[in-house]
Design a protein around this ligand. Structure first.
Ligand code: 13P
Ligand code: SF4
Length: 350
């Protein structure tokens, strides 16, 4: 576990990290991307970290790949690439820098390492896991194969490298339905998200989709009644759900898609009021780019994603700790499943 007291004193002796309104104002261009959700006193706290990280990135030749659920100060302050899981995996295949800092959860860093075995991938907090990735092991995949002989295994990228290595192909919420539809045979095994699998099953009725019993602890908290209540209180409200939500929640929404698709939908449709049924940093991050849209709704945070802070990013880059390793034999097999997904997804989109 990271010892924050030691980290703080070590960082304090190398960088000036005191809150500074003066520095915050000099970095007003960055603040302008998140002004709607970031009061100036808060920006004055974050700005010294953002300045130190951006300088250190140059010195280390590092890039930051950040998921859409990162806090606004990470998403807008220090990221070189932001996106959903699919975009981050594709970006990882194109990175030239020798050091990748993954601002997201552990399976994302593993995916970057699998795709870049020669590069250094840093994870600012190794404890940033995922309830889905923790719900299944390679033995679980073997169990499903024994139960449904011959059926292809499509595993969500929210899995460990071992699980990816035991799967035929990966998917993300952006391409799950297309990938399942493209699988041979009548039956397709989807792991580990039962809700994503059930949502995909509705979209791909020609396949018999069978699933593992995993769930996202953030998205399974939403209920159809929450959505109906918000609609009743705000007539005209548009509701967008992530497909990790249970199917009865998705059925109440106007649209469902990956985090990147949610962003695309808001930017295209420009609803007056919208509720994003997903991790709540998502709305904060796209708020300034959509000033005419009012974002409403409950704020469910992912406890794993929220483990990634500017302080921990600065520490990992400063000390070059949090290096992600994947057994090369496991990585070779996992790479096949990830690369098959990227190739098929790009072919289907062409
Ligand atoms: P996407 O960004 O791929 O939609 O995934 C959401 C998620 O829960 C990642 O942990
Ligand atoms: Fe995992 Fe859900 Fe958190 Fe995404 S939001 S990292 S699926 S627990």
């Amino acid at each position: 576990m990271l010892d924050l007291t030691t980290i703080r004193s070590e960082l304090g002796s190398h960088y000036d990290l005191e809150p500074s309104l003066d520095l915050a104002e000099r970095m007003a261009d960055i603040h302008a991307r998140m002004g709607r959700v970031m009061p100036w006193p808060d920006w004055a706290i974050h700005a010294p970290y953002v300045a130190a990280i951006n300088q250190l990135k140059k010195e280390r030749g590092a890039v930051v790949l950040a998921h859409n659920y990162m806090t606004p100060q990470i998403y807008h302050g220090i990221s070189d690439v932001v996106g959903d899981s699919l975009a981050l995996a594709i970006a990882a295949t194109q990175v030239e820098a020798q050091v990748i800092v993954q601002c997201g959860v552990h399976f994302m860093a593993e995916t970057s390492k699998i795709l870049n075995p020669q590069k250094t991938v840093l994870m600012p907090d190794m404890a940033a896991g995922c309830s889905l990735a923790e719900s299944i092991t390679a033995e679980g995949i073997a169990e499903m194969r024994a139960r449904y002989p011959g059926a292809p295994v499509v595993s969500y990228v929210n899995t460990t490298a071992e699980v990816k290595a035991a799967s035929d192909i990966c998917c993300t919420s952006a391409n799950a339905a297309q990938i399942v539809a493209a699988m041979p045979g009548d039956t397709v095994i989807m792991t580990p998200d039962k809700w994503l699998a059930q949502n995909v099953a509705k979209q791909v009725p020609q396949k018999r989709v069978v699933w593992w019993d995993g769930a996202c602890i953030v998205h399974e908290q939403f209920t159809p009644q929450d959505l109906r209540d918000f609609r009743a209180w705000n007539p005209g409200l548009k509701i967008i759900a992530h497909p990790e939500c249970p199917p009865d929640v998705v059925a109440e929404a106007d649209y469902a898609g990956s985090t990147a698709n949610i962003q695309g939908w808001v930017e295209t449709e420009r609803p007056k009021q919208v509720m994003l049924v997903t991790e709540c940093s998502m709305a904060s991050n796209i708020s300034d780019a959509n000033p005419d849209v009012e974002f409403l709704g409950p704020c469910n945070m992912c406890p794993y994603m929220q483990k990634i802070t500017l302080e921990k990013v600065l520490w990992s880059l400063h000390s070059m700790t949090g290096v992600v390793e994947v057994d090369p034999k496991v990585a070779d097999r996992a790479r096949l499943a990830v690369q098959r997904m990227i190739d098929l997804s790009q072919r289907l989109a062409a």
